[in-house]
Ligand binder design. Structure first.
Ligand code: ADP
Ligand code: MG
Length: 700
């Protein structure tokens, strides 16, 4: 049966014999591209078919394996053109019926007199005790006692894999069983002996996770592979942190405490204690000779922008400029307005650089390109340049940059940040996010960053009353909204999240909902529509109208909303709330609740299964972003919450980002290794693990 495939770890599956276009398409759906992917496609459970029993001993409900002789097998057809295949299997102690549905070809594969090993769950089918749709395997006549090594689909702990239509566990199992013996001798364990300790060697772990003899073996395999996943993250982030700390900033900054104090004094509001603390933490960093790499976390509305403004003022006092990158044009323009208002009184210039507008005030990018050398130019560019992804463009010279601020960092990939870092020549770097970061995540994914937290909202913020609204109460909610709009309040209606980024589908959904609400629900009010595919001028107009209360109800996709600050809005409706994470919904509702009137969030869903309802109802009771993020992590897995899957940076198949003890263990191991061997010169296998397909996992 077994033939040598002559494959290597990186042989593409699509090039193997018997894997045609349709199969390779299905493999891709499971993100299986090469042999290594297949080795790392782990079962999520095992069917325990290791118990061989005598047929006479069966009990309904048990998972069993029998070896017997087929006495008869035939197809019958039901009224609804279904095919039922029934076979009678006999061992020396008794007989049992085997039943399969819609597999008429079975009568060609299994013949009367065949010796068959079957595994399945004993059920009562009609009046008989049966195995319904059992796994089966033919056995040669001469083998009386099942040879456990030859068992694959029956008579053992049978691995059950993540599947997709047309690609079954049975297929995967056969394929993996075939490649394991060939590949394992070539697998090199990247863990240094001292780190591995009592954990299984890698080849053993790979063998045992697929085909364990016992559940304990499977668990040992999982322990080893989970360790790897977290350990590689730890080595990567710590290595990156070291590299970062070795760099020198292009000029150490001076922090003028008096001017800072007077800037803060003249603000239209008093800073919260938390804002003052994080400004201190950050200014401490700015004075150091190596670049800061800090994450500023604070709930929506906690006032991160003004912190960034104060810092850019300090940077400008050193004759350097600040670059601020925002994920959307709307936000960039909002920042432009805020920074201009706060900083123009100090004689600073603020420019904008987005896809639709490149206004660097005293000079434009086009003009600059024509000048022969930028060295000969006086500083003509603004002190603060605010923009979107457009800032990454080669056309924009990033010179004399003291500080880079990336707002709402979860919207950008590592590569965006690293482009800015390289082009601005290792400046101080501040990333800002509203996403709460559980401690375990801070210790892993964000292990290369220092973290500052604004854990206090400005005075006067209120708790947003939140309700899950079942379908039958939708009309009541609309009436409630109408009443409040008549009183001069404003409303956001967020349409369902269809993709992570703005797609035509989500634009269409928003447009359709807007038309429906305008015609059928709120014809008496002024409605506005906002989505990411609108021209930025149109977007600006809509936002301005909403801010100036010329629009009562703003229908918007979720993609555009981040960071928009409209104080007079007091009600938020989220359609398709089930598609959002709890922490994400919490961020959305942070858009309301900033004025004096009581604010509300209504969660609508398309599906009311008890699980969804229960999950969403957490928002009615819990108003703490960090708690909600942790709940999300338990319910949906860390990958969903922190966008790990999309970014492809990390792939946690086994380990959990909430496993504090394993996180600490791997963290210690990583730092010990790096202390002795900072560049991993003595651990080439390990170094190789930190790159994937030739691409640095962590460029800097
Ligand atoms: P976020 O942290 O979500 O980016 P913003 O920086 O947009 O929050 O701030 C939200 C609003 O709160 C803005 O209108 C800002 O002017 C205001 N704000 C910030 N800090 C304070 C404060 N200490 N007291 C009162 N209002 C503040
Ligand atoms: Mg913000």
């Amino acid at each position: 049966m077994r033939y040598n495939l002559h494959v290597e770890l990186h042989t593409l599956l699509a090039t193997l014999p018997k894997i045609g276009p349709s199969l390779s398409y299905r493999l891709k759906l499971l993100e299986l591209f090469d042999i290594e992917d297949l080795l790392y496609h782990f079962p999520f459970r095992y069917d325990d078919f290791s118990q061989s029993l005598a047929i006479s001993q069966v009990k309904v409900g048990e998972s069993v394996t029998f070896l017997g002789e087929v006495w008869s097998i035939k197809n019958s057809y039901t009224r609804f053109h279904k095919v039922i295949t029934r076979a009678i299997l006999n061992d020396s102690t008794g007989t049992i019926e085997l039943v399969w549905f819609n597999q008429p070809w079975l009568t060609k594969s299994i013949k009367t007199g065949d010796r068959l090993q079957v595994s399945g769950k004993v059920t009562r089918y009609g009046s008989k005790t049966s195995l319904v749709a059992p796994q089966w395997e033919k056995k040669a006549m001469e083998i009386d006692i099942p040879d456990s090594a030859a068992n694959l689909h029956t008579g053992r702990l049978v691995p059950i894999y993540p599947e997709t239509a047309g690609l079954t566990s049975k297929w995967l199992r056969r394929m993996i069983a075939q490649i394991l013996p060939e590949m394992l001798p070539t697998v090199i364990d990247p863990l240094p002996e001292e780190v591995r300790g009592n954990l299984l060697p890698l080849p053993d772990a790979l063998q045992q996770i697929h085909f364990p003899k016992t559940l304990e073996e499977a668990q040992k395999a999982r322990d080893r592979l989970a360790f790897d996943e977290l350990f590689f993250i730890q080595v990567s982030v710590q290595k990156r942190r070291r590299a970062w700390q070795d760099k020198k900033v292009f000029r150490a900054l001076k922090v003028d405490q008096n001017k800072l104090a007077s800037f803060i004094d003249k603000l239209p509001f008093e800073l919260t204690g938390a804002q003052e603390r994080v400004i201190r933490e950050i200014t401490d960093d700015l004075q150091k000779p190596h670049p800061m790499n800090r994450l500023l976390q604070g709930e929506v509305g906690s006032g991160k922008t003004v912190v960034a403004a104060a810092l850019s003022y300090l940077v400008s006092l050193n004759g350097l400029r600040t670059i601020i990158m925002a994920p959307t044009e709307i936000l960039a323009f909002q920042h432009l307005a805020t920074f201009t208002k706060l900083l123009e009184p100090y004689g600073l210039s603020v420019g904008i650089y987005t896809g639709s507008r490149k206004s660097l005030q005293k000079t434009v990018a086009g003009k600059q390109k024509k000048t022969s050398s930028h060295n000969s130019q006086p500083i003509t560019k603004p002190d603060i340049i605010i923009g979107t992804h457009a800032l990454l463009s080669q056309k924009l010279q990033l010179d004399k940059v003291g500080l880079v601020v990336v707002d709402e960092q979860q919207r950008f990939g590592v590569e965006h940040r690293s482009i800015l870092r390289t082009r601005a020549k290792s400046p101080h770097f501040l990333t800002m996010t509203a996403t709460p970061i559980p401690r375990t995540v801070a210790l892993t994914l964000y292990g290369d960053l220092d973290i500052s937290v604004i854990d206090e909202l400005p005075r006067g913020r209120q708790t947003v009353r939140t309700y899950f609204v079942p379908q039958r109460k939708r009309e009541d909610a609309y009436k409630f909204i109408a009443k409040h709009v008549r009183n001069g309040e404003q409303v956001y209606i967020i349409t369902p999240l269809i993709e992570q980024s703005e797609t035509l589908a989500s634009v269409k959904a928003a447009t359709v909902e807007y038309e429906r609400l305008k015609k059928e629900v709120f014809p008496q009010f002024r409605l506005g529509l906002l989505h990411g595919r609108m021209k930025s001028k149109e977007k600006e107009e809509v936002i301005t109208k909403f801010k100036n209360q010329k629009i009562d109800i703003l229908v918007s996709t979720s993609v555009v909303e981040v960071g928009v600050d409209v104080q007079s809005a007091s009600i938020m409706v989220v359609e398709g709330a089930e598609r959002f994470g709890l922490a994400q919904l919490h961020q959305l509702r942070g858009r309301v609740g900033r004025g004096k009137v009581q604010s509300y969030t209504f969660l609508f869903t398309g599906q009311e299964n008890p699980f969804t309802v229960k999950r969403l109802k957490n928002l009615e009771k819990i108003h703490n972003g960090l708690k909600l993020a942790e709940l999300d992590m338990q319910i949906r897995g860390s990958g969903e919450v922190f966008g790990l899957r999309q970014s492809g940076e990390w792939n946690l198949k086994i380990a959990s980002l909430s496993d504090l003890s394993l996180i600490e263990k791997t963290r210690d191991s990583a730092s010990k290794i790096l202390k002795k061997d900072p560049n991993l010169d003595k651990h080439p296998q390990l170094a190789a693990k930190l790159t994937s397909g030739g691409k640095e996992v962590f460029p800097d």
